[in-house]
Design a protein around this ligand. Structure first.
Ligand SMILES: Cc1cc2nc3c(=O)[nH]c(=O)nc-3n(C[C@H](O)[C@H](O)[C@H](O)COP(=O)(O)OP(=O)(O)OC[C@H]3O[C@@H](n4cnc5c(N)ncnc54)[C@H](O)[C@@H]3O)c2cc1C
Length: 429
């Protein structure tokens, strides 16, 4: 049997795993990080990223869920929006991430883009003005983007960024390597090795090659969809329950003027209704809004819109859904939405439609792609599967560090929170 030994084994190289590896190696700790994906190069920034880097799964109910299976995880294809951690992490769970969040913002220069960017997006500005007239204030969004390197007319963030303007977890992974981490790609973890109630390492999937990595501590950062599967295969009870995904409805409409082609997706958004009504609304570039329709509908009406590409505008609404889904050991996802969630969708989608119509959209052109999500979590929640130190209740020296630990949806994109959480754990493990 081929086996290696280390001090800390980390599974997954997304924002959480890569940050943790970097922080621990900087402290002089010995780390092996295992990542199922490869270091894809060529598809980054191209359509080819869909299907190579981005993998989708569907829930039993038809919801479409996307994530990156690659070095750097979903950060390679994320949209680069940054939101502070939810206040309840501190007030209810005693996990105060303020210092780690402030440090990350300063280090990565997270802030809205310069005013010149927003001026170069006329259709997006029309949407912002129309929303303002409807008392839906859309604000420029803080981004993990270096404006010096960014091409404001490409809107390729979700294909990966060829300019290197968008931060991805790959930069932290490289730093971790420079500080001594051993990063193994194409290395899929099957389960945690548990002996006498303690984690002793992980077993890899597949025949041949490396079969085990032994360590004093194991941290699972395989994401809200990956981590519960490893936990379930390891015999940890209650993993996979409490699933949320922050689903979106993406609304397309055709106007008379030039649309949002080449204008950055999620450049403006409104958090006005997150606390009161549970939804966020924001702007979408033309290619992305069309892509969402084709991915989710594949109908003739959606394909016909390709001809209108120049005049297409888009809005999305994202809801903070109730954590009522579950993932089964075979990977099947059950994600029904109770009446409460359906009401959030209704209100958010209506807000998008009103903004688009005010901005000059043809009412007959509206298409809605329902239930698309990319923020999986809740499946190894604090209080159910792990404690407040992120250690498994059922096994010592086994930790979870990703959105699986959130008992409910933060209701906003979680990457900044996950980086802060990994820094927080690195000080305690
Ligand atoms: C299209 C899209 C757009 C998004 N936009 C935003 C945004 O603008 N802002 C924001 O904050 N968030 C956004 N997100 C969400 C964000 O990218 C994720 O929440 C974040 O990347 C999660 O980080 P993570 O480290 O927990 O997991 P991931 O990034 O999912 O990384 C987990 C890693 O674990 C690996 N893995 C899984 N199973 C195994 C296994 N068995 N063995 C070994 N490795 C394994 C995977 O290959 C992956 O690389 C977006 C997501 C998507 C898909």
């Amino acid at each position: 049997m081929t086996r290696i030994e280390t001090e800390i084994v980390i599974v997954g190289s997304g924002p959480a795993g890569a940050t943790l590896a970097r922080e621990l190696c900087r402290q002089g700790r010995k780390v092996v990080l295992l990542e199922k994906g490869r270091w894809h190069q060529w598809p980054v920034g191209r359509f080819a990223s869909m299907g190579t880097i981005t993998r989708t799964v569907r829930s039993r109910q038809g919801g479409l869920m996307a994530r990156g299976i690659t070095a750097g995880g979903s950060s390679v294809v994320f949209n680069g929006n940054a939101y502070d951690p939810p206040s309840w992490l501190g007030s209810e769970l005693g996990i105060d991430l303020c210092p780690e969040t402030a440090a990350t913002k300063a280090e990565l220069g997270i802030k809205p883009l310069p005013e010149s960017f927003y001026q170069s997006w006329p259709a997006t500005r029309r949407l912002v003005e129309s929303a303002g007239e409807l008392d839906i204030p859309l604000h420029p969004q803080a981004k993990f983007i270096d404006p010096e390197k960014c091409d404001p007319r490409c809107d390729d963030c979700m294909f990966g960024c060829r300019q290197g303007a968008k931060w991805t977890a790959r930069s932290f992974l490289e730093e971790a390597r420079e500080h001594g981490a051993r990063v193994l790609l194409n290395a899929e973890v099957d389960r945690v090795i548990l002996e006498a109630g303690q984690a002793k390492g992980v077993k890899l999937a597949g025949p041949g090659g490396l079969q085990e990595v032994r360590g004093e501590k194991v941290v699972l950062s395989a994401g809200g969809l990956g981590t519960p599967l490893i936990l379930m295969r390891s015999g940890i009870e209650k993993a996979g329950e409490g699933f949320f995904i922050d689903p979106m409805n993406v609304v397309l409409a055709v106007g008379k003027e030039h649309g949002t082609r080449g204008e950055m997706t999620f450049a403006f958004a409104s958090e006005e209704f997150v606390e009161s009504d549970g939804f966020l609304v924001g702007t979408v570039g033309a290619l992305m809004v069309l892509g969402a329709q084709l991915a989710q509908r594949r109908s003739f009406r959606a394909w016909r819109r390709v001809l209108d590409l120049r005049r297409i505008m888009g809005m999305f609404t994202k809801i903070g859904d109730t954590p009522g889904g579950r993932i089964d050991p075979d990977g099947t996802i059950d994600k029904p939405y109770p009446a409460e969630d359906r009401e959030k969708f209704r209100k958010g989608t209506e807000a998008c439609q009103r903004i688009l119509l005010k901005a000059g959209a043809d009412p007959d052109s509206i298409l809605i792609a329902h239930d698309i999500g990319g923020h999986p979590g809740g499946t190894a929640a604090i209080g159910r599967v792990v404690d407040r130190e992120l250690q498994a209740l059922a096994a010592k020296n086994l930790y979870v560090c990703d959105a699986s630990v959130f008992p409910r949806s933060p209701g906003r994109p979680p990457t900044l929170t996950l980086i802060a959480l990994a820094k927080y754990l690195a000080k305690r493990i």
